[in-house]
Design a protein around this ligand. Structure first.
Ligand SMILES: C[S@@+](CC[C@H](N)C(=O)[O-])C[C@H]1O[C@@H](n2cnc3c(N)ncnc32)[C@H](O)[C@@H]1O
Length: 321
């Protein structure tokens, strides 16, 4: 990703972000400098997209969208296909709908009216995937939105979208894990969505989020939960909804107690929703292994996963430092 350093300098040209700039740059360059057999294929996609005319992205319904009549449809399709699977989105370029597995707009709608407006805030989006939400946050007028996401493909997808855009977007995605971030309490809003259940140590994750938060900053936490009293958590043996790395699903009251133990204040549950097949669905943009939610549930009882656990339900909690 050749243009990385230029974009980085522009983004980190901010008094508070300067504090963490050098360390973030080193960690990111190290992460990008790995042996990954897919990098040549992903680089071809980026080069092809980079050579195309650029346009303005804006929101068009659920899509982060761009209209630019000179875009070559066939090249767009083949480049985006080199970057499969598209889990997060959706995006649209002219009339090409890049329908991701997740219909991200539905999650955004569930939280949008509950969060402190992002205008002029510094935002950290932890476990940002390809940055669909990172871009949505920037589109809400945030001063800076830093997305961190260790999975390299998602960083390439983000670069692919950005390579087609000519409006200034105050968002950047870096290949950094939360635990590697230089600790600095500079962010006004911190998002951790779909990340907590992937952590072996949930308290450590909550405390690391807290360390990045400015005084009075807001945490938006979204994670899988199960029914049950305070103190109850499901620790799946083996897979959960076919996912391998799911460590712990607390009840809502257990999760609230974890947040209280981590010294968060004003802990408010703003949404609890069962994941629907409209939100997580099979699409042609997730590639050969096109399984999605409906394939992960028990065909005779969709209230259970194939492993016999309660089907995915997600909570959104907002709290303060
Ligand atoms: C289920 S996805 C959620 C993506 C997006 N936030 C959303 O809500 O749709 C979780 C992402 O978190 C990333 N992740 C997992 N552990 C992480 C960590 N310790 N630090 C940063 N990202 C992490 C994974 O690579 C994955 O892409």
């Amino acid at each position: 990703m050749i243009l990385f350093t230029d974009e980085f300098k522009l983004f980190f040209n901010d008094l508070a972000l300067q504090e963490i700039a050098d360390k973030c740059l080193h960690i990111s360059l190290d992460a990008l400098n790995v042996n990954n057999g897919n990098i040549p294929k992903w680089t071809i996609a980026l080069d092809e997209l980079e050579a195309m005319p650029k346009g303005r992205i804006e929101l068009n319904g659920p899509y982060i969208s761009m209209v630019e009549s000179r875009l070559n449809h066939e090249i767009l399709v083949s480049s985006f296909k080199r970057l499969l699977p598209w889990r997060k989105g959706p995006f649209m370029f002219n009339n090409l709908k890049l329908e991701s597995e997740w219909q991200g707009d539905l999650k955004w709608k569930r939280l949008q009216n509950h969060i402190t407006p992002l205008k002029n805030r510094r935002v950290l989006d932890v476990g940002a995937g390809n940055g669909y939400f990172t871009l949505r946050m920037a589109m809400e007028g945030a001063k800076k939105v830093l997305g961190i996401e260790p999975f390299l493909l998602f960083n390439y997808q983000h670069a692919a979208i950005k390579s087609l855009v000519d409006n200034e977007i105050n968002a950047m995605l870096l290949p950094i894990r939360l635990e590697e971030m230089p600790k600095s309490a500079i962010f006004d809003s911190v998002f951790s969505m779909g990340v907590l259940y992937h952590q072996k140590n949930h308290m450590e994750h909550l405390l690391q989020l807290k360390e990045m938060m400015a005084p009075d900053a807001e945490l938006i936490l979204e994670t899988l939960v199960v029914d049950g009293p305070k103190g109850y958590s499901l620790i799946p043996e083996g897979r959960y909804a076919q996912m391998r790395n799911v460590h712990c699903l607390p009840s809502v009251d257990t999760l609230k107690s974890w947040l209280a133990d981590a010294n968060f204040n004003n802990i408010k549950v703003v949404d609890i929703s069962k994941t629907s097949p409209q939100e997580q669905r099979r699409t042609e943009w997730i590639g050969d292994n096109a399984a999605s939610l409906e394939d992960f549930l028990d065909p005779s009882d969709p209230s259970l996963t194939k492993e016999g656990h309660p089907a995915p339900t997600r909570v959104i909690i907002i709290c303060h430092n």
